[in-house]
Design a protein around this ligand. Sequence first.
Ligand code: FES
Ligand SMILES: [Fe+2]
Length: 371
Amino acid sequence: MPLMNDTQVIQRVLDHADAKTTDLGDTVWREPVENYRSAEQFAREMALFKRLPMVFCPSAALPNNGDYVARTLAGAPIVAVRGDDGVVRAFHNACRHRGMMVVEGSGNARGFACRYHAWAYGLDGSLRYVPGEEGFPGMDKEAHGLVPVHAQERGGLIFVTQGEAISEGALEGLPDLIAPGQTVFEYSSFTDDANWKLLLETSMEGYHIKALHNKSFYPFGFDNLNVVETYGTNSRIVFPFRRIEKLRDKPANERRAEGMLTYVYQLFPNTRLATLSNHYLLVILEPVSPTQSLWVIYRLQTPDAGALEKSKKDAAFVKDNGVIEDRAAACSIQQGLAGDGNTHFTFGRYEKAAVHFHQNLRAHLDMLAGS
Ligand code: FES
Ligand SMILES: [Fe+2]
């Protein structure tokens, strides 16, 4: 089923505001707390991540030929690069001599030269140059290019699958999410002492807006009023602002969603994309250990003139307010997991997107175990 359009979403929000209701899921989900702290569960999740198309970075991070991004993906060093032909490819970031990463961070390059002994690779991964080649008699250079992994560019996002895909994951029914021509205006990355799922779950419901975000989001947004849609393994949650009430007087076809609500797309398994009034916020939660996660954050700007200042203001608002509170909540839960206060967590009908996420994660782990 396609996602609702803005007009439909706005009407649904206004109806919920009138009736003091919200979208509800139809099941309650009990998730064992062990799944947030066990090394075995973590290993299973990482094995799954290697067999799903995972969001690696936005297309806007690789606008030009030769642009590259290197980071860990499900624990493995991977580099994605836009080749001379404009096609994005991805490789295991491990030199074929003795394994050193051939590149780190991001930038633009004509090729990659390993810093250890200077073996050099083209943007297409091929091994181009081996100093003192006669020291490697019989070595087939053709067979010693960087080992490729599957890369796919779709809807403004680059997806990378390291192994044989077990399912389409987030790509199932995925609409184009990021408008063309975006530029990255901010990149950041930091770690939190919390399981990746705890951090992701904070954006999967609006049931906590009044309690946790009393002075940050709640003055501007509704508590527990969300439109929640699922598509494939993904979901989209609408967080409306109170000022959406102003649209009541407008005919339905003149109502614009911009500035009135935030769409938060949850891309299975570990990515969220929020469309804010003036920019996109792409968040990838890269698991480091059962109790630690790396945030990979890109802020993308709409191309209109003067948008940058507005985007920066928007970004500061989200960062300084709500997100700090969400991160603290996730880290507090993680600390509690050291004790035995809970055997499981309960996700209720207000937490439909989180239930959908857990259902899909469970189903995929079962699929992997059976494969
Ligand atoms: S490990 Fe890369 S050149 Fe030796
Ligand atoms: Fe929150």
